[in-house]
Design a protein around this ligand. Structure first.
Ligand code: 1PR
Length: 596
């Protein structure tokens, strides 16, 4: 979860003083809930909420079999959960008052963001009390991600911060010292207890996690545990007691397996107790990501394009932008083909104002209706002042992307400027886009996309940046190179190396690195193993290898020779040379765990 700059001393909702006495007119609408949340997040300090002496009374609204009540406090991308619920044929009723919680027939709580501001909103709005009352009555409940963590007594996330206190235990951060990368991002395997019910179709198949904090099993909470997952240590991946369920993974992002979890929660009586399963998941899978470089062509249509070393124009007299298809259609196809994630890079975002790019936001909205794996979007994420003089922070730009369906945002040029300044001043100002966005949405939501170019050297001491000995010497027999970062889609080289940049952005709060290589882009000759090894050994956050894939073997090579957590490709998928499924089959046969 997010590393937000808050701490809390909110009263324990399990204490007798937590019962509320609120008239519904004094309670905020979902809109003001959302506003409250953002205010809470953006305030420099978290103040403890006043103790309440309130009583929430349930009214007797008629139940409806096709309505799901959703508790969305406006902290991030709940669009995917909404889309998944609608995809399964249900309507959504948003919680606006605590009474809506108490009146729910089934309640889904997709916790998003950081623990402290979430608890702050729940306490301030009386939702905490209503949630506890609802759960204590064994009403149908499904918490997702932070929606699981908040059920515990407390969290160390910028805390200690008091939670709802329904499950014994403290939520703590993963230990990154034992070689496991934090955040825990990707598709992992579960060890499922006998009577898990909503997990019955998962079996040995992977589900998607993205978090830095987790709860550990103990004697005190063992009766709650319905599954565990092993990532460095064994943590609680789901809990269940009666009709109350919560999962640390994201069912709405776990493809058809994840949809089965939601379906079984929503329609518990419609399924046989256990279905046979055919998966073979045993640990965190290496991810295969399909990337769509998107831009407007000369006619103004948004198209998927693909460059050769970042040149996306055809080598013809017209010199038009290469057009490889429509973004929403291609993304949908890659989802069906088994891509573990889909990335959209708005490659001209650096010169346009992304919030003015409504087609791109629409692409995200439409894609997220049918694609139930994580979506990343990049391009143009930075502070911006428009032609009327109105200022938008990078956080506002990113928020719009999240609201439109993105799970992660990717920062390119702006990360380079931020890292350059940080390396000079050694001061974290809290104002860079990386810091602003990771503070509110968590570092797992912030990818930094690096666009380096090889600069050959005769000796490694020729530059002040990290240089490495090359496996294959340069065109003039040079044995060394450094990797110079660029901005504006490779158009401008900057005085910083990929190594220095990667380490700086990790310190600033990036949760993942998308590592391109301009020399290899579109060449189909394989990934730059030297570069990917250099960077994936230098940082402890996940690294996505990118640029140069031309065959399934290139994916095995990068996973065998480097510590990359994922590999991304564009051209071979767009040109249908090697489908995603064949890449994964190949990896599996080669002994590399992937989600099949
Ligand atoms: O600088 O924050 O606005 O972000 C711009 C984003 O757009 C960056 O992530 C940058 O990588 C990307 N970008 C800018 N110009 C181009 C271009 O191609 N002219 N695309 C571009 C970069 C690189 C990869 C590509 C892989 C795999 N694309 O994402 O998909 O190299 O390709 P391959 O498998 O065909 O070899 P900002």
């Amino acid at each position: 979860m997010a590393a937000a700059a808050f701490s809390s001393s909110a009263p324990s909702p399990t204490s007798p003083s937590r019962l509320t006495n609120v008239s519904s007119s004094s309670l905020p609408s979902s809109l003001s809930l959302s506003r409250d949340f953002h205010k809470a997040q953006l305030q420099a300090q978290f103040k403890s909420s006043p103790r309440r002496n309130l009583c929430v009374c349930a009214s007797s609204l008629p139940p409806s079999d096709s309505v799901v009540t959703l508790l969305d406090y406006g902290a991030g991308n709940v669009r995917s959960v909404r889309n998944a619920i609608r995809h399964l044929g249900f309507q959504i009723k948003d919680v606006q008052t605590p009474a809506d919680i108490l009146n729910a027939d089934r309640l889904i709580f997709p916790g998003v963001g950081a623990f402290a501001p979430a608890m702050d909103v729940l306490n301030k709005t009386g939702m905490a009390e209503a949630l506890c009352a609802y759960i204590e009555k064994d009403r149908p409940f499904l918490g997702i991600c932070l929606g699981l963590q908040l059920l515990f007594e407390s969290s160390t996330e910028n805390g200690p911060v008091t939670g709802l206190g329904l499950i014994p235990g403290v939520v703590g951060k993963f230990d990154a010292t034992n070689g496991f990368r934090v955040p825990h991002i990707g598709w992992d395997a579960l060890q499922i207890a006998e009577d898990s019910e909503i997990l019955d179709e998962i079996g040995n198949r992977h589900v998607y996690f993205v978090h830095s904090y987790r709860a550990l099993p103990s004697e005190e909470n063992k009766e709650w545990i319905s599954s565990t997952c092993n990532y460095g240590d064994t943590f609680i991946s789901s809990v269940r007691r009666g009709n109350v369920h919560a999962v640390q993974f994201h069912p709405e992002k776990s493809g058809d397996v994840g949809l089965s979890v939601l379906r079984r929660f929503l329609l518990p009586k419609s399924f046989p107790p256990k279905k046979p399963t055919d998966g073979r998941a045993s640990k965190l899978a290496k991810r295969v990501i399909a990337c769509l470089d998107v831009r407007a062509n000369d006619k103004g249509d948004l198209v998927v394009t693909k460059g050769d070393q970042y040149d996306v124009r055809e080598n013809t007299e017209e010199n038009e932008v290469r057009n490889l298809g429509k973004p929403v259609e291609l993304a949908g196809q890659y989802y069906l083909d088994g891509a573990d994630e889909v990335s959209f890079l708005n490659i001209t975002g650096f010169r346009d104002f992304p919030l003015g790019d409504l087609p791109m936001l629409q692409v995200l909205r439409n894609t997220s209706e049918n694609v139930f794996v994580p979506l990343t979007v990049g391009g143009g994420i930075r502070d911006f002042t428009d032609s009327t003089g109105k200022y938008y922070s990078s956080l506002e730009v990113a928020s719009e992307y999240f609201r439109s369906g993105a799970d992660k945002i990717s920062i390119g040029s702006d990360a380079v400027y931020a890292a350059e300044e940080y390396l000079i001043t050694k001061v974290k100002t809290g104002k860079t886009s990386i810091e602003q966005i990771s503070r509110v949405y968590g570092n797992q939501a912030v990818v930094v996309s690096i666009d380096p170019r090889r600069v050959y050297l005769s000796t490694p001491t020729d530059v002040e940046f990290k240089a490495i000995k090359l496996t294959n010497p340069g065109p003039n027999g040079e044995e060394y190179a450094w990797y110079q970062c660029t901005v504006s889609g490779g158009r401008e080289g900057r005085p910083i190396g990929a190594y220095e940049l990667a380490k700086a952005v990790e310190e600033l709060g990036a949760g993942e690195i998308l590592l391109n290589c301009i020399d290899c882009d579109g060449q189909g000759k394989g990934f730059d193993i030297d570069l990917i090894k250099l960077i994936s050994d230098a940082v402890s956050i996940p690294v996505i290898a990118s640029s140069g894939a031309g065959a399934a073997e290139h994916f095995s090579e990068v996973f065998k020779k480097t510590n990359a957590s994922a590999a991304l490709a564009a051209g071979i998928f767009h040109r249908k040379e090697v489908p995603v499924g064949s890449v994964k089959e190949h990896l599996w046969k080669d002994g590399i765990e992937v989600r099949i």
